[in-house]
Ligand binder design. Structure first.
Ligand code: PMP
Ligand code: GLU
Length: 398
């Protein structure tokens, strides 16, 4: 007996795996600083928790409608109108079990055997795996540090074939923190206008963690809007990763397709979490700004500290809560016990010798880099960078 081919070929999530490994070491009493998984270290704001408690008392305990409660969908429609200037109707919204399920639904609904899905690299670890689950082909377009990890219109044009069904675009980006400007999005849109059959999955889960100003969505272009699946949710903006609420906003035929998928896979998202998410969207937004400011301060701190570490190179990210430094200068070095030949070796060395958990760049399609999540306190950031500097200083060419 064995698992299906589909599963045999699936890679486990490297971000969750590193986080798990770091928890195991912590359970053994080792003082590891976990900068692997990307989730806000803040608690969910009180008014959101209060709404969830009230929902329990009001017996929101039954199956919810598959696409989400009408009142949550209405709150999302309002959010898209007021924050993003985008007009949608409630029937164009589908609430899911986190933005992860939203992306997966959309990939499954749109791509299948013989189809190609363009994924700019560095990419979030789950995109290519979702495409493989759909039995479609990921087409990776590489954007290096020199181009701030963003693809150009020409690169997009070159990657398109008659089989291209979907482009997955993530801005602000996990793992690089890069943010596409309106002009840059316009360049991609101009290419997409020449290829009318391609749908864009625009993952905007880091919308509010932006250090350069207002979020720009590729859905803002009216001539593209019908072909954009906007993905967003409450996980990052409202420190609600465990509540598992995300959504898509898209043309009705896509929403209906995703609804059918979700109806067979998981049904409607958690009833109590939906009421909490509604409170998040309808309540005071000051908490979002307070967290954004804290992330910005930490970003400035970590970029400064990493630039001080010999052999590492880092961009100044414009959003999200990750830095993605280049560590390839350390390939071909060792400390006598450990040898570093790639970013996985590098990440294991930082974990086992430096006691800092990060994620190697291989899983993000960028083997010369590694990712640190700085959604942690200033004191942990300072201590983690001290440890990284110290353990790297022991490495000598071999
Ligand atoms: N997209 C990206 C780029 C992410 O980093 C994450 C974080 N897990 C998700 C989607 C999924 O978010 P959620 O926790 O809402 O499923
Ligand atoms: N998005 C987060 C990360 O990249 C959470 C982990 C995951 O869902 O993969 O670390």
């Amino acid at each position: 007996m064995e698992l299906s081919n589909r599963l045999m070929n699936l890679q486990p999530s490297a971000t969750l795996a590193m986080s798990q490994k770091s928890s195991e070491l912590q359970a053994q009493g080792i003082d590891v600083i976990n900068m692997s998984v990307g989730e806000p270290d803040f608690n969910t704001p009180d008014h959101i928790k209060a709404a969830a408690k009230q929902a329990i008392d009001e017996n929101y305990s039954r199956y919810s409608p598959v696409p989400g409660y009408p009142e949550l969908k209405k709150a999302i429609v309002n959010k898209l109108r007021t924050e993003n200037g985008l007009e949608y109707t409630p029937s164009q919204i589908l609430v899911s079990n986190g933005a992860k399920q939203s992306v997966c639904n959309a990939v499954m609904a749109l791509a299948g055997p013989g189809d190609e899905v363009i994924i700019p690299a560095p990419y979030w670890v789950s995109y290519p795996q979702m495409v493989l689950l759909a039995e479609a082909k990921p087409v990776i377009v590489e954007a290096g540090m020199g181009q701030d990890f963003k693809i150009t219109p020409q690169q997009l044009e070159d990657a398109i074939t008659p089989r291209t069904k979907v482009l997955i675009l993530c801005s602000p980006s996990n793992p690089t923190g890069s943010v596409y400007s309106r002009r840059e999005l316009e360049g991609l849109r101009n290419v997409l206008l020449r290829h009318q059959d391609i749908v864009v999955i625009a993952d905007e889960i880091y919308e509010h963690i932006n250090y350069v100003g207002h979020h720009e969505s590729i859905a803002q272009f009216d001539d593209l809007r019908d072909r954009v699946v906007v993905v967003n949710g409450v996980s990052k903006a409202y420190a609600m990763t465990g509540w598992r609420i995300g959504f898509i906003a898209a043309a009705e035929w896509i929403v209906k397709g995703c609804n059918k998928m979700q109806g067979q896979f998981t049904s409607g998202a958690c009833s109590v979490s939906q009421k909490a998410a509604q409170a998040a969207y309808e309540g005071d937004q000051q908490c979002v700004e307070d967290m954004r400011k804290a992330f910005q301060r930490r970003k400035d701190l970590i970029v400064r500290l990493i630039r001080d570490i010999p052999g590492l190179e880092v961009n100044d990210p414009q959003g999200a809560f990750y830095v993605f430094p280049k560590c390839s200068g350390y390939f071909g070095t060792g400390d006598g016990e450990y040898t570093i030949n790639n970013s996985t070796d590098f990440a294991m060395y930082l974990l086992e010798v430096g006691h800092v958990a990060c994620v190697g760049g291989d899983a993000f399609g960028s083997p010369e880099c590694f990712r640190l999540s700085y959604a942690t306190s200033d004191s942990y950031i300072i201590e983690a960078c001290r440890r990284i500097r110290e353990c790297l200083s022991k490495l000598k060419p071999i």
